[in-house]
Design a protein around this ligand. Structure first.
Ligand SMILES: [Fe+2]
Ligand SMILES: [Fe+2]
Length: 277
């Protein structure tokens, strides 16, 4: 089974004045005054679906941050953009940017569906997906007590599985992910649940826009392709990526990582993660 993994598109549409309250006003300053909007490229985002389909995946996983500030206009644009990928089984979880403000909670679900902990049959494995994102001024995530119980139950019944979430558990060196802001607050509690289940073959996530592979020491391999909507800024070592995994009942047996070269997505020169980010 070939599983394509995209993440962190950050589709942006200039917010209306009425949207500019609270955190979103700060976000707009960040995006449009301080220039973060130039970190992401509409041309790259628009080229992504055809490039993913050209790799012949059997199904698609998106690990969140579809939007920049979770407005209706951004969700509508992201959904239209990804429509070609929905001809295949397409699973998705929100990122912290998709629950940007209290008023945006529920908007992701209206556009992209279920956000509960769930276990999906995916060929030789199951995909177990958990949403740990919530509105937070410091962009922190948190798995609630109910999430941890539901995750434990889903993993117990899953058989061989791949776990997907938005936040990293580990940094690129395999150490607990930081900084405290922008991270999953109780990653250690999530890992305590993971440790109980030897059927987890791999963990897939996004959030950190430069991709890497690592592992929980003594535990499952972890993959983060890096942002699939990043602008092409080679001098700053920025390019968009997505991954395609060859999966059998033993786990991920092959990784293809595709990089935006300025004109198109191509297999990463030197092999997956050879560029270092
Ligand atoms: Fe992101
Ligand atoms: Fe994120």
């Amino acid at each position: 089974m070939r599983l394509a993994h995209i993440t962190d598109l950050h589709v942006e549409r200039t917010p209306k004045l009425a949207d500019l309250l609270g955190k979103r006003a700060l976000g707009a300053v960040n995006l449009y005054v301080l220039g973060r909007s130039h970190h992401f490229s509409r041309a790259v985002q628009e080229a992504l679906p055809a490039a993913v389909l050209a790799t012949n995946p059997d199904r698609i996983l998106c690990t969140g941050d579809l939007t920049a500030t979770a407005t209706d206009a951004e969700f509508t644009a992201a959904k239209a953009l990804l429509e070609p990928l929905r001809t295949l089984p397409f699973d998705c979880i929100p990122g912290n940017h998709d629950v940007y403000t209290d008023e945006s909670v529920g908007r992701y679900a209206r556009h992209f569906g279920d956000t509960s902990v769930r276990c999906i049959a995916a060929g030789p494995v199951a995909l177990v997906l958990v949403d740990v994102c919530r509105p937070d001024w410091l962009s922190r995530g948190r798995a609630t007590a109910a999430d941890l119980v539901a995750l434990d139950a889903a993993l117990a019944g899953a058989g061989p599985c791949i776990l997907g979430l938005h936040y990293p558990l580990r940094d690129r060196r395999g150490a607990p992910y930081g900084p405290a802001g922008r991270a999953l607050e109780n990653a250690a509690e999530v890992e305590a649940v993971i440790e109980k289940h030897l059927n987890i073959l791999a963990i897939l996530h996004g959030h950190e826009h430069h991709g890497y592979t690592t592992r929980i020491p003594g535990g499952p391999v972890i993959h983060n392709p890096g942002s699939s909507g990043y602008a092409f800024l080679p001098r700053q070592h920025r390019a968009a990526h997505f991954n395609v995994y060859e999966v059998d009942g033993t786990g991920i047996v092959g990784v293809e990582r595709y990089a935006w070269t300025g004109e198109r997505f191509e297999p990463e020169a030197g092999g997956a993660y050879a560029s270092g980010g």
